[in-house]
Ligand binder design. Structure first.
Ligand code: PLP
Length: 363
């Protein structure tokens, strides 16, 4: 076995709502730990899937031609510029497998989405993790970390777990400084939620930068996480070569149908983005009042800073809310208005308790 595999841990999914229900004896469990869409997916998807059930004994269309055509049209790119994966997770693996040789290195940030690092280690690479600056990628310092063994730079934008983003100007400046033989991958898993004008428009940038790849997914705003479908957009020669590594039937018939159907329902997508924006405001307002630090988010989650993340996690789970703890805070998926209100009221009581404890210590 590759020695580096022995150093890695398998991906540990959080406890399921059913486990939590039993363990903590709570009636209703709300999972706000994986940035899933609280509104499900477009209602048209279920109907489309019922109609396609008869295809269950045939292999899927390996090239995902219908989805390819519809998505290329939507993004205004050539069909040959798209590569589909069984979730972005698989796309990240495929890129790593195609690009990385033993002894190479990748440059990314810490903390960010862990899969860039995971696959780099599997391929025997060094991982250069540049600390975030105010919760966002520090591109200047990352540029300095690049050397002749650097193959891929991974940028998560907006960043998971902080929700902060790199502006178009900074990204373009970075792309101009990176040597053309180094791949720059921008993971935009939360793209559909972003509201900011100065957020990079990366698809038009593909014309200027042939070493740029943009990643997006149907798992988050489109609400199709169970289907496992995501994609890369990039230069067609680059995509053609990475495609050699892709498994022949990596995305299912049903995932392709679900994605095609979801893509048509722009109203649903807009509804989710709008509700998410309101939810982020709900949190911002409450947290300002409580004087609790958080990162301004453009995604469907918020990172709240606390040195008591384990206490917060335990407290929230006892009330039926599963969130994601980190050493410096908790990441909470934006839910429905009622779910957000529930979480916020628990945060209020946590802060009140903390004040009481402090007062007790000082008096
Ligand atoms: C959720 C997420 C992914 C993985 O998405 P899938 O398409 O479900 O595999 C990739 N990157 C980031 C930043 C994510 O948050």
């Amino acid at each position: 076995m590759k020695p580096q595999i022995l150093m890695l841990q398998p991906y540990k999914p959080g406890k399921s709502p059913e486990d939590i229900q039993k363990e903590y004896n709570v009636e209703k469990v709300v999972k706000l730990a994986s940035n899933e869409n609280p509104f499900g997916c477009s209602p048209h998807v279920e109907r489309a899937l019922q109609n396609s059930f008869s295809l269950c004994s045939s292999y899927p269309d390996g090239a995902a031609n219908e989805l390819r055509e519809k998505l290329a049209e939507r993004l205004d790119v050539k069909e040959s510029q798209l590569l589909f994966g069984s979730g972005l997770d698989e796309v990240i693996q495929t890129i790593s497998r195609a690009m990385l040789r033993e002894g190479d290195n990748i440059v990314t940030a810490s903390n960010t989405f862990p899969q860039y690092k995971h696959h780099a280690i599997v391929e025997g690479c060094e991982v250069r993790e540049i600390p975030l600056k105010n919760g966002a990628f520090d591109l200047d310092t990352m540029a300095n970390a690049i050397d002749i063994r650097t193959r891929v730079v991974w940028i998560c934008n907006p960043n998971n777990p902080t929700g902060t983003y790199v502006k178009e100007e900074a990204l373009v400046h970075f792309l101009r400084t990176v040597p053309k033989n180094i791949l720059v991958v921008v993971d935009e898993a939360y793209y559909e939620y972003v509201n900011k004008e100065d957020f990079p428009q990366t698809i038009p940038l593909l014309k200027e930068f042939e070493n740029l790849l943009v990643l997006r997914t149907f798992s988050k705003a489109y609400g199709l996480a169970a289907f496992r479908i995501g994609y890369a957009v990039g230069n067609e020669q680059l995509i053609e070569k990475i495609n050699i590594v892709r498994l022949p039937f990596n995305t299912s018939t049903f995932a392709q149908t679900a994605a095609v159907t979801a893509l048509k329902d722009e109203d649903f997508l807009q509804f989710c983005a709008e509700e998410n924006r309101k939810g982020l405001e709900q949190y911002a307002e409450a947290l300002k009042e409580l004087e609790v630090d958080y990162y301004p988010s453009e995604a469907n989650f918020i990172f709240i800073c606390t040195d008591e993340s384990q206490r917060w996690f335990e407290h929230l789970i006892q009330k039926g809310f599963i969130v994601r703890p980190f050493p410096s805070g908790v990441r909470i998926t934006i839910g429905t208005k009622e779910q957000n209100t529930g979480v916020i009221s628990i945060i209020k009581s946590l802060m009140a308790e903390k004040k009481q404890i402090k007062a007790g210590v000082t008096s």
